[in-house]
Write a protein that binds this ligand. Structure first.
Ligand code: PMP
Length: 419
């Protein structure tokens, strides 16, 4: 990166930084589905803070409510104090999300981020069952701390831990191995008590693997995993950190499968405008923590509660979720048109709702395409074990025009990369 404005980053920041190397500029402002850099250049955001901005940048009502709260000297930090925003969030979450879906969960604030939610889920599953192993799936991503990383099936990410991670077993995800019945594989593993591998405490899964390449499990497969969990008395943890909060069209991504996971992890967009917030939803019977057994200083941020409560109102009418499905169709059709236009890419469409991707069969092109797209004003990133998938995660509030404009930039970027 030669540009002067990137120099301070390069000199001061640890090498852990990654996204900003792909987007070498300094961003300044954002609204809805658009971002502007310090030169005033406009970008369409198909990344949405890795799924943390389902409701777009700087939603006006959320902004106004947060500003008013600060101006009135509202309490910002909350730790374990009861505050008005915390109380309102919990009441609204119950009324708008849990009760209409007949879900009997205790709501826990495990810390500020997705990995905090996963850690708490793994902890409580182990505590409740008295077992230690957790099954996860090929290409799963659950976070970067030791527990969540141990169920993350990505050797590159695991390499960051330096030494082997324990207490997890990875199984093939739905459709991962062609012509193989992954449920039968899982069942054989569970039945094989003679091999010395202990019965697991839990199975953790994403219904659509975000970082792992936009691999969407079928509803039938999810139901079978749920059945297996019930049959073997294993807890089912759905990590809805990226696929939840409406990303796939329903509030929880598992809703169309008709399953009721024992534990659900939520983060990213639950904070409304990109504020750090996480929830762990635990079936009442498994809420077996003693007071103080899982805590942390930033377990509740009142500004996030305010934005989150406002975000929930979207689910009071079904108009919002219907609009997601309609936009998802626009995205799907546009992606299919690009795939047909460039047969040499050997590309395939993937995903559910507004969580979609193009898997590109032709080697090592995705990074070049995304870099070209950035130059042309589109923020989009890759996913998958070999970065072979271009991932589309626009804010859910994007309109048809925004989707078409973004796909137009992508189309031109592919054309330019191939020429
Ligand atoms: N689970 C899933 C499915 C995720 O996509 C992510 C983040 N990409 C995490 C957990 C971890 O969340 P965080 O980065 O907020 O710790």
């Amino acid at each position: 990166i030669e540009d002067d404005k990137m120099k301070t980053f390069e000199e001061l920041e640890s090498t852990v930084r990654s996204y900003s190397r792909g987007w070498p500029t300094v961003f300044e402002k954002a609204k809805g589905y658009k971002i502007w850099d310090t030169d005033g250049k406009e970008y369409i955001d198909f990344f949405a803070g890795a799924g943390a901005l389902n409701y777009g940048h700087n939603d006006e009502t959320m902004q106004e409510k947060m500003i008013a709260y600060i101006r009135d000297n509202g309490i910002i930090h909350s730790l374990d104090m009861g505050t008005t925003p915390r109380k309102e969030f919990l009441e609204r979450f119950k009324d708008i999300i849990l009760t209409p879906r007949n879900l009997d969960y205790k709501v826990m604030f495990p810390g500020p981020t997705g990995t905090n939610s996963v850690e708490s889920a793994l902890k409580i599953a182990r505590k409740v069952t008295g077992r230690d192993t957790v099954i996860s799936f090929t290409n799963a991503f659950h976070g970067m701390t030791i527990g969540s990383l141990s169920v993350t099936a990505n050797s590159f990410k695991r390499h960051g831990a330096g030494v082997p991670l324990h207490h997890s077993v990875s199984m093939p995800f739905d459709d991962y191995v062609e012509d193989q019945d992954t449920i039968a594989y899982l069942e054989r593993f569970l039945e094989d008590r003679g091999s010395g591998v202990a019965l697991p405490a839990a199975i953790i899964l994403e219904t659509v693997q975000g970082e792992g390449g936009i691999n969407a499990a079928s509803m039938e497969w999810l139901k079978k995993v749920d059945d297996l969990c019930k049959r073997w008395d294993i807890l089912l943890i759905v990590d809805d950190v990226q696929a939840g909060c409406g990303r796939t069209g329903t509030f929880f991504s598992f809703e169309p499968a008709g399953i009721d996971p024992d534990i659900v992890c939520l983060s990213k967009s639950i904070g409304g405008v990109g504020l750090p917030m996480a929830l762990t939803l635990i079936k009442s019977e498994y809420d077996q923590w003693g007071p103080g057994e899982h805590n942390g200083t930033f377990r509740g941020n009142n500004l996030a509660f305010i934005a989150a409560t406002e975000a929930l109102t979207n689910w009071e009418t079904d108009h919002f979720s219907k609009s997601i499905q309609e936009k998802a169709d626009v995205l799907r059709k546009g992606v299919q048109a690009i795939i047909s236009k460039y047969p040499e890419l050997d590309a395939h469409q993937r995903g559910r709702g507004l969580m979609q991707g193009i898997a590109i069969g032709k080697d090592d092109l995705t990074d070049d395409i995304c870099a070209e797209a950035f130059q042309r004003g589109l923020i989009v990133e890759t996913s998958g074990p070999n970065d072979e998938v271009i991932k589309f995660l626009p804010p859910l509030i994007i309109d048809k025009e925004g989707i078409e404009k973004g796909l137009g930039i992508l189309d031109d970027s592919i054309g330019a990369t191939l020429s």
